[in-house]
Design a protein around this ligand. Structure first.
Ligand code: TXA
Ligand code: MG
Length: 326
């Protein structure tokens, strides 16, 4: 079993393995990540290969401090304000890449921008320190499948392919980081000449980001054929079962992903994301619930409506992708 306790010794060993070009699955506060040395093109190639991920879909660079981030991407004044407000934490900033900063080309898929975050999970930051370099880390799932929020989910997707999965227990947020592009040009010009564009709703609600920096966040136009954030492909997070959204009643044989107090009668598997209608609780349990209902063997997972405000925006984003035709 490659799942190991995140002891000081194991984190040291994992750091050595990363320096030697190996891959390590690490816990973060959002989802588990599949980490490799972001300055080593071969290690980054191994991440794409292990996930079966298309190479046009760039990776997020994980660093331990704002200073380390600023050495890789250009932190505009507005970006720096966001970094100071939310790092360490589940916010990813897409910044202009500093040429010659050492990040492997494959990480950014050849773009002149780079996605960076300082993870809020202590084990993730300890691993970055132990490796002594920035770590590229996509979610530790096979491409197109449901993101892992527990070490067993990583093991279920990769088996013994990965030598080490550091055990950090269940992830606190359960949804990936919110991705914001910090632009210095129109179309989203404001008084300071900077604009913020939401590339992926995630663990920090847009409302929170706007409140913290006093700027509006624009929504990127959604065109699944030409995604602004290249990873925002429509079919994603796909369980084996079909997913039916906004269900108010159940059809025979369906499993139910419920939300709130008024749950329709069901004879199959039921998981309630939050009986009290708490969006944080729902976000935290979402991916594990999709995996469990999928494992129940039902042909279809019916999903009750979930409000679209706050974290609901990110929850519904993931559910729409889980339901998309493949
Ligand atoms: O919470 C998270 O962000 C997790 C944990 C492990 O940190 N990571 C994660 O990585 O979700 P991944 O690879 O599953 O998603 C990365 C997203 C993709 O949608 C990718 O297209 C986008 O980040 N991205 C990366 N670099 C970009 C860039 N330069 N411009 C626009 N989007 C970028
Ligand atoms: Mg992912």
């Amino acid at each position: 079993m490659p799942i190991v306790a995140a002891s000081t010794d194991n984190i040291e060993r994992a750091g050595e393995s990363l320096r030697a070009g190996g891959l390590v699955a690490m816990p973060t506060e959002t989802v588990y990540g599949l980490a490799g040395d972001a300055t080593d093109g071969l290690a980054v190639a191994a991440i794409y290969a292990a996930k079966g991920r298309p190479r046009f879909n760039p990776l997020i660079v994980h660093v331990a401090s704002v200073a380390q981030a600023a050495a890789i991407g250009e932190l505009t004044p507005l970006a720096e304000r966001l970094a100071r407000a939310f790092w360490p934490g589940p916010l990813t900033l897409v910044l202009q890449l500093r040429p010659g900063c050492g990040i492997a080309d494959l990480v950014t898929a050849g773009l002149d921008t780079v996605a960076i975050r300082v993870p809020g999970h202590e084990i993730a930051r300890a691993l970055i320190e132990a490796a002594g370099r920035p770590l590229a880390a996509p979610s530790a799932n096979k491409s197109g499948r449901i993101s892992p929020t527990r070490p067993e989910h990583v093991a279920a997707d990769f088996g013994d392919e990965l030598p080490m999965i550091l055990d950090g227990g269940p992830c606190g947020h359960g949804l990936e980081s919110t991705i914001i592009a910090c632009q210095t040009a129109p179309p989203s010009k404001d008084a300071s000449g900077e604009g913020l564009v939401l590339l992926r709703p995630g663990a920090i609600a847009v409302e929170q980001i706007e409140a913290a920096c006093g700027h509006r966040v624009m929504r990127a136009a959604v065109d699944p054929d030409a995604p602004t954030s290249p990873g925002q492909l429509l079919s994603h997070y796909a369980p084996r079962a079909l997913v039916r959204l906004n269900a108010v009643d159940l059809m025979p044989g369906e499993a139910l992903l419920a939300f709130g107090a008024n749950v329709p009668p069901a004879d199959g598997a039921v998981i309630n994301l939050s009986k009290t209608g708490d969006l944080r609780e729902a976000a935290k349990g979402l991916f594990a619930a999709l995996r469990a209902l999928d494992a129940s063997g039902a042909g279809t997972i019916a999903v009750m409506p979930i409000p679209d405000h706050g974290l609901g925006e990110a929850i519904n984003d993931r559910l729409v992708r889980a339901a998309a035709a493949r």
